[in-house]
Every structure is written in C-alpha cells, then in structure tokens.
Ligand binder design. Sequence first.
Ligand SMILES: *[C@@H]1O[C@H](CO)[C@@H](O)[C@H](O)[C@H]1NC(C)=O
Ligand SMILES: *[C@@H]1O[C@H](CO)[C@@H](O)[C@H](O)[C@H]1NC(C)=O
Ligand SMILES: *[C@@H]1O[C@H](CO)[C@@H](O)[C@H](O)[C@H]1NC(C)=O
Length: 212
Amino acid sequence: MDAHKIIFFFILLHVTLSSSTTSVVDFCVADFNYPGGPAGFPCKNPANVTVDDFVFSGLSVPGNTTNIVNASAFLAIDVTFPALNGLGLSMARLDFGVGGVIPIHAHRVSEVILVVEGTIIAGFIGSDNTAYYKTLNKGDIMIFPHSLLHFQVNVGDSPALAFVSLNSANPGFQTTTVALAANDLPTDIIQKITLLDAEQVRKLKSIFGGTN
Ligand SMILES: *[C@@H]1O[C@H](CO)[C@@H](O)[C@H](O)[C@H]1NC(C)=O
Ligand SMILES: *[C@@H]1O[C@H](CO)[C@@H](O)[C@H](O)[C@H]1NC(C)=O
Ligand SMILES: *[C@@H]1O[C@H](CO)[C@@H](O)[C@H](O)[C@H]1NC(C)=O
C-alpha cells in the first residue's frame, strides 16, 4: 500500500467510525413527562414500550385543504409520533387542493419529497439566490438541501398528494410570511426589514393574526 492509499484508508476509517452510532440503547420513545432538550426527550421506560409505539397511522388521513393556501401539511415528528425521538428522521403528508400551495418555508435540516398524486412545481432558493424549481409528477422525488427556503405549488387541475421525509425528529417549520406577520413585530420595522408597503404588511398581519 503506498502512502496515499494508507492515508485515504485512515480517513475513511475515521469517517466510518465517527459517523457510526454510539447509542447504547435500541430506541428512546419520548416520555413527555419531562422537558425536551437539544437531543430530544428523555426515554419512556422500555418495559412499557410496545410495538404500537412504533406504528403511526396519522398520515393515512387526508388533510383539510379548506384554508387560505388550499393545502395542508400533517407532521409525523417526535411530538406526534414519539418513537421518532432520538432517531434523526421524520415524515409529513402534504395535501393540495386545486391551486394549493405550501408557502415558502425552511427547516433546520434537509427534506426529500415524493409526489404520489398530481402535478406540482417544487423548488428551493440557494444561498446565492439561485432558484432551482421544476414540475414534478407522480413518482418523482426532489431534495431540498438543509435549511434552504423551499415551496410546493399544485399546478395540476386535480388535487395533489405528496409525502416528505426530513432528517430530524423535529425539523422545525418556519414559513417566511407567517414568521413576519403572525407576531407583534411593529409594522414599521417589518416595512424597513422587508421593503414591503405598510398596507401589505397590515394585510398580512390581519390574515395571520399579528398585532402592532
Ligand atoms: C409502566 O406501566 C406500569 C403499568 O401500567 C405503570 O404502573 C408504570 O407507572 C409505568 N412506568 C413508567 C415509567 O411509565
Ligand atoms: C375543513 O376546514 C374548514 C375551515 O376550517 C371547516 O369549515 C370544515 O368543516 C373542515 N372540514 C372537515 C371535513 O373537517
Ligand atoms: C383555493 O380554492 C378556492 C376554491 O376552489 C379557489 O377559489 C381559490 O382560488 C383557491 N386558492 C388558490 C390560492 O388557488
């Protein structure tokens, strides 16, 4: 083995070892009797865990799309499906009525989408402001890299359905418009930090329940 190969071998070994799990338990179903922290929730007593803890049927139910965006997102994350706690992944079901939109938003992690019914335009914005977007059909998947703003729009003439998976048990879900308009940040500050008109800011605040 020449020097290059040996160095490569040790780098590979190091990456393999440091990325392998060091968990000393098989699972850690969340116990909501205690507060969560950066690593998730404490574990429910394994003696009280059954197979039913590892099964969640919430994503079988179509979401209610009668709302301002004609779409819904139902999340299977640690707080709804406690067996995900500590395992670094989650899922969600996205239902779109005709014209339905999941408005531009971001998570702390990456997301992959699988279109199951219908035709959507999905995309994300790179940190250099490049827009990557494409029409997706049934069976297509697309990845939205970690933390980047992304969106989905039903552009078909029928409802659409998609499932997503994210590499955190609690990925966060921050929708840009809601983040700006659903709180008490004063309108004049929002105007300054977004360059939007005051009238538009007040309209968004009234839609999303913001004050000031
Ligand atoms: C486990 O279940 C038993 C029987 O239902 C209950 O008495 C006990 O409090 C539970 N323990 C924990 C840690 O939840
Ligand atoms: C869907 O949501 C709308 C608006 O909140 C509500 O009026 C309607 O009853 C809901 N439909 C169902 C089937 O729950
Ligand atoms: C949502 O659906 C309603 C009723 O079908 C429609 O009038 C409205 O234009 C839709 N909204 C969007 C954003 O497409």
